[in-house]
Design a binder for this molecule. Structure first.
Ligand SMILES: [Cu+2]
Length: 107
C-alpha cells in the first residue's frame, strides 16, 4: 500500500465520520420534539388556540390522557386541520404556555 492510498483512506474515513455526526445530530433534534397522538376537538382560529384530546405526556407531568387547550405557535397551521381529525402534534411549553409547534394529520 502506498502513502497515497493511505491518505485516500484517511480522507474517506473523515467523510464517513462527518456523515455519522450529522445523522446523530439530526436524530437528536428529532428526539427533543417527539410527536404525540391526539384528536382535534375545537379550533379557535382568531385566538390561535386549539383544543386537543391526547394521551399521557410524561414530559409535561400529564400522567393521564386529557382534553386541553394549546396555543398555536403559528395560527396558519390551524387551517390544515379541523375538529374530529386525528393528528400528530409537537407539544411544547413556551413562556409557560402550552404550545403546539407542529401539527400533521395522522394517517
Ligand atoms: Cu395535556
Amino acid at each position: 500500500m502506498t502513502k497515497f492510498h493511505l491518505l485516500r483512506i484517511g480522507k474517506r474515513l473523515c467523510a464517513d465520520l462527518l456523515v455519522l455526526g450529522l445523522l446523530s445530530a439530526a436524530s437528536g433534534a428529532f428526539a427533543q420534539t417527539p410527536l404525540a397522538d391526539g384528536q382535534v376537538i375545537k379550533i379557535d382560529q382568531s385566538a390561535a388556540k386549539i383544543t386537543i384530546k391526547h394521551g399521557p405526556l410524561k414530559q409535561f407531568d400529564m400522567d393521564e390522557g386529557m382534553t386541553m387547550v394549546y396555543r398555536a405557535a403559528d395560527p396558519a397551521m390551524l387551517k390544515a386541520v379541523k375538529p374530529g381529525d386525528k393528528i400528530k402534534f409537537a407539544p411544547d411549553r413556551v413562556n409557560g404556555q402550552f404550545t403546539v409547534t407542529k401539527i400533521e394529520k395522522a394517517k
